[in-house]
Write a protein that binds this ligand. Structure first.
Ligand SMILES: *[C@@H]1O[C@H](CO)[C@@H](O)[C@H](O)[C@H]1NC(C)=O
Ligand SMILES: *[C@@H]1O[C@H](CO)[C@@H](O)[C@H](O)[C@H]1NC(C)=O
Length: 361
């Protein structure tokens, strides 16, 4: 009902993340394009839009014992990508940097969140969620702030992982992340910044605290334009990794109503989720080894990327579709328009790719 107004007068996905909504009774996902290479050496890709109609992609490359955070951009909706700049690089034996999340602020500044840990060999010594910024379109980056940090506790994992940035309708910047209590338990958190990411509030809890589960890899999207949001995350509450969600009715300031979104069949794992709103249809992605074995250590890394859809605000999910064939890694999603989204994943033999899919009513 409001789609024409929003399409004409609100830059899609920019300030306050407005979404265009259509009434659909069900949604089937269909392939449109082939994988398009963003970078032959990139992993954990996250894409957001810029005010000039372009896209920016953040990801990590591991080269010559260094971990390198990069930014690429696209002016043709992901049909081609171009390297723009480097955010940060560090020696992999002493540092662990990864989990990029780039976002343009209304001012035009690009902020870029990532995990930024110190380690000595395999032993972590210090954990951080760091924010860098660029005022030249992503060509160069400088340090902006540390969203959260803590020294490692010897013998008990207490890491900070997977920052997810979004702009709230009131203009504040929200940073979601996951924090380990121990090897078996991890919770989801959110901090808010009202000065463009320079300073951060105390955290609120998004999930966890009420059960032993590795809640992680949070992704968030608008269900509508009235402050109703959904956050998806992986968890281990019933053994294997599965996907849960929680809801917010106040634009992310409080969360609850935890429920199951996807359980892999055959006792397999489904993890590393993200979620987007494509014209009123919610699309959740994950990687799973329920049909093919993974190539990575945890069983799901290097298996398949799949998506499921919901046309009732997240209550029910269906239409499981493979959007990244076997040997795909660490998926993400980006909404292109009312009907199209990009699947983002790393594909063995190709590297970091985007691939166009559409919602077929
Ligand atoms: C992409 O980055 C280049 C600089 O490398 C810039 O000239 C171009 O305008 C950017 N494209 C978009 C769509 O922002
Ligand atoms: C990377 O580190 C390994 C182990 O320290 C070393 O053997 C190798 O030469 C290094 N490679 C490069 C390109 O520096």
């Amino acid at each position: 009902m409001f789609s024409i107004f929003l399409t004409l007068f609100v830059p899609f996905g920019v300030f306050g993340n407005p979404v265009s909504l259509e009434q659909r009774s069900h949604s089937v996902v269909g392939q449109v394009g082939s994988p398009v290479v963003i970078d032959t050496n990139g992993v954990y890709i996250r894409v957001s839009s810029t005010s000039n109609g372009g896209l920016i992609a953040g990801y990590t490359a591991h080269e010559n014992n260094q971990s390198i955070l990069r930014l690429a951009n696209s002016s043709d909706r992901g049909a081609s990508w171009h390297f723009v700049g480097e955010v940060y690089r560090a020696d992999s034996s002493a540092h662990d940097v990864d989990n990029a999340l780039p976002l343009q602020l209304p001012s035009g500044r690009i902020v870029y969140a990532y995990r930024n840990h110190d380690r000595s060999g395999d032993l972590y010594t210090y954990y951080r969620i760091t924010l860098s910024y660029s005022d030249d379109g992503g060509a160069s980056f400088l340090y902006l702030s540390t969203v959260e940090q803590q020294a490692a506790t010897p013998g008990i994992p207490n890491g900070l992982w997977e920052p997810f940035l979004r702009l709230a309708a009131d203009g504040s910047l929200q940073c979601y992340y996951s924090a380990e209590n121990n090897a078996a338990d991890q919770d989801g958190y959110m901090k808010r910044s009202t000065d463009g990411g320079v300073t951060w509030s105390n955290w609120i809890k998004v999930s966890g605290g009420d059960r032993t589960s590795r809640d992680g890899m949070i992704g968030v999207t608008n269900i509508d334009n009235s402050g109703n949001l959904i956050a998806v995350f992986e968890n281990t509450e019933s053994g294997p990794f599965s996907i849960d969600y929680v809801l917010s009715h106040d634009d992310g300031n409080s969360w609850g109503e935890r429920a199951r979104l996807y359980t892999a069949h055959n006792g397999a794992n489904a993890g590393a989720p993200q979620v987007v709103n494509v014209g009123g249809t919610l699309v959740t992605s994950f990687m799973t080894n329920e049909d093919v074995a993974g190539t990575g250590g945890n069983g799901i890394d290097g298996a398949q990327m799949k998506v499921v859809t919901s046309t009732d605000g997240g209550s029910t999910w269906s239409g499981t579709t493979v959007t990244g064939d076997a040997r795909s890694h660490w998926p993400g999603l980006f909404t292109l328009d009312q009907n199209h989204f990009l699947a983002l994943y790393t594909k063995d033999g190709l590297g970091a790719v985007s691939q166009d899919y559409q919602i077929v009513n």
